[in-house]
Design a protein around this ligand. Structure first.
Ligand SMILES: Nc1ncnc2c1ncn2[C@@H]1O[C@H](COP(=O)(O)OP(=O)(O)OP(=O)(O)O)[C@@H](O)[C@H]1O
Ligand SMILES: [Mg+2]
Length: 301
């Protein structure tokens, strides 16, 4: 028997077994059943000045459609925060973790690049800059150190089992991962698979989550392509894109109303499935004390 024939004869029964169609009744819901399981959406304050007003929902009141400001990101949403190095991604997620912890909620902070002790020191600085006393709520932030621990960084099931344990033990509602990119270093072809599993996990546990993803400078700034570069944007509920640009032409100076040589930081919400949102490109700043603030849109029309 040739190898080819042997291969096919051996594979045949296995393939039939694999592809016999099966009805998965658990996957079918009528509208009312699905709706009964839908949690009510409300706004989760982020601790990032200027961001919370950019989300809204539309409700029917006395037969009329009204637009209501959410005052935060929609609860149970999983966001991707993307941008090249030094655009403020880590600062943003630290502000979010500090804000939620200061309000008495437990937050899981999975750190993939920086060891937990350094992140804790940074969180403390962020709290001080926000005018909050870190000691009062420091234990509300549960750090999971995947930076120092290869087992959880390189083995997704171990990481998710660890997170599930932390969520159950500490009754965690909010999760931050800085960064998911660090979970697929040198394995970019499986990036989508990893992000999808993390996304499904976070949904199952009703987490409101911010996932940082690093963007290569080659990807165009502030576009859908910018959303992590690995089509991560299609998997999560929404993406926030951070960018920085040097004003190197008089055209840009005019466009941004800045001087040649200035650095401008830009911010845009690139889609959100769970609520309405502002779609403009905004100026952004990082204050001297290390806080991200979202400013006015670059054009007001
Ligand atoms: N007091 C401060 N503390 C920390 N960062 C500050 C402070 N003031 C200004 N910054 C600026 O914020 C930047 C840090 O941004 P951040 O660490 O959030 O970047 P990032 O987008 O997470 O980058 P990376 O992809 O490299 O992790 C610093 O490089 C610095 O330019
Ligand atoms: Mg960072």
């Amino acid at each position: 028997m040739t190898d080819y024939k042997k291969y096919h004869e051996e594979e045949q029964p296995y393939q039939e077994e694999q592809f016999r169609p099966e009805v998965v009744k658990e996957a079918i819901f009528v509208g009312s059943e699905a709706l009964a399981k839908a949690p009510k959406i409300y706004g989760v304050p982020t601790g990032i000045e200027g961001l919370d007003d950019l989300f809204f929902i539309v409700e029917v009141e006395n037969g009329k459609i009204v637009k209501k400001n959410l005052g935060g990101i929609p609860a149970y949403s999983v966001f991707n925060i993307t941008g090249v190095s030094d655009t403020g991604k880590s600062l943003m997620v630290e502000q979010f973790a500090v804000k939620q912890a200061s309000e008495g909620h437990r937050v899981a902070f999975i750190t993939v690049e920086t060891p937990a002790n350094f992140v804790a020191a940074s969180l403390k600085l962020r709290a001080a800059a926000m005018g909050l006393e870190f000691e009062k709520f420091e234990d509300n932030i549960v750090l999971i150190d995947a930076a120092s621990n290869t087992k959880i960084r390189e083995n997704l099931p171990d990481l998710l089992a660890t997170l599930a344990y932390a969520i159950k033990t500490y009754k965690i509602k909010f999760t931050v991962i800085d960064s998911v990119t660090g979970l697929f270093e040198n394995k970019e072809s499986i990036a989508r698979g990893i992000v999808r599993r993390i996304f499904n996990f976070l949904k199952k546990w009703y987490q409101t989550a911010l996932l940082v993803s690093q963007k290569r400078s080659g990807h165009e700034e502030l576009t859908a392509e910018a959303a992590g570069g690995y089509a991560v944007g299609h998997i999560v509920d929404g993406t926030m894109v951070l960018a920085k640009e040097i004003i190197d032409t008089t055209y840009k100076a005019k466009l941004y109303k800045k001087e040649v040589g200035d650095l401008v930081r830009l911010f845009r919400i690139d889609g959100c499935r769970m609520s309405g949102h502002d779609t403009k490109t905004h100026f952004m700043e990082i204050t001297e004390t290390g806080l991200v603030r979202i400013l006015d849109p670059i054009s007001k029309e």
